[in-house]
Design a protein around this ligand. Structure first.
Ligand code: PEP
Length: 255
């Protein structure tokens, strides 16, 4: 088996759709049904993250399929007087396997700090969910040559709270803020550089950790990204709302 084959065995490619705050109950069920009916792969894993209020409907639509369910956010608190929040226990109760933590929209729009993100990561893992930790720099930070520093800080907060070993059973997604929803995808070389940096920081267990790229991934640019040594899949926003395009990206992750 060549190097690429070994890599694929150790790290099964993962493609995750983040539906964000889009769709209706009906359209979410239809999208989930389309993906569930048409996704089948012995080598790639696929997950969708619908809005929290549609988790139950989407969970039902995915029954009997190979598609996993994920959530877009989780509370760092276990239970109690936290109006509007959804706990890790509740997500696990709805058969979520994955949950996004630290998405840049949560950091920017809702003021989530790296320490809060770390607490959410710990809360998710404590209930058996696999956190998908999102990290990434803004355009100003990249232009100021601070991308690696920012990512080291975001990653470091989680390592401090959860321990390095905890990262080995998580997924990390590099999502440059300037590429999210903008149509401006990072070049394969830019994404590879950051993901190699992240893998190096994960230490001994890093070889088995799946690292994703996210930011304007679509059916046209996915293959080139997936060709990079340290890119084990994608976190897909806009393009995951179209079943055909999302399924194409999943197929490209197989190659
Ligand atoms: C995202 O929301 O995680 C994302 C990557 O969005 P998009 O693919 O639309 O850039």
């Amino acid at each position: 088996m060549d190097d690429r084959g070994v890599r694929r065995v150790m790290r099964r490619p993962l493609v995750v759709g983040n539906w964000k705050m889009n769709g209706t109950r009906r359209s979410s069920i239809e999208l989930a049904e389309m993906i569930a009916k048409n996704f089948s792969s012995s080598s790639v894993e696929c997950a969708v993250c619908p809005p929290a209020i549609f988790l139950s409907d989407v969970a039902s639509a995915l029954v009997g399929s190979e598609v996993c369910l994920g959530a877009q956010a989780v509370s760092q608190f276990e239970q109690g007087a936290y109006t509007g929040e959804v706990s890790a226990d509740m997500l696990a109760d709805f058969s979520c396997a994955y949950v996004l933590v630290g998405h840049s929209e949560r950091r920017a729009c809702f003021g989530e700090t790296s320490n809060q993100v770390a607490a959410k990561f710990v809360a998710a893992q404590s209930k058996g969910l696999t956190p998908i930790l999102c990290v990434g720099e803004t355009l100003a930070e990249r232009r100021g040559d601070r991308a690696l520093e920012v990512i080291a800080e975001q990653l470091g907060a989680v390592v401090d709270a959860a321990g390095l070993k905890a990262l080995s059973s998580a997924v990390v997604a590099y999502e440059p803020v300037w590429a999210i929803g903008t149509g401006e995808v990072a070049s394969p070389a830019q994404a590879q550089e950051i993901l190699a940096f992240i893998r190096a920081r994960l230490g001994e267990n890093a070889k088995a950790v799946r690292l994703l790229y996210g930011g304007s991934v679509n059916a046209e640019n996915a293959a080139q990204l997936f060709g990079q040594q340290d890119i084990d899949g994608a976190l897909v926003g806009g393009a995951s709302l179209q079943a055909e395009q999302f399924l194409t990206i999943c197929r490209l992750a197989e190659a």
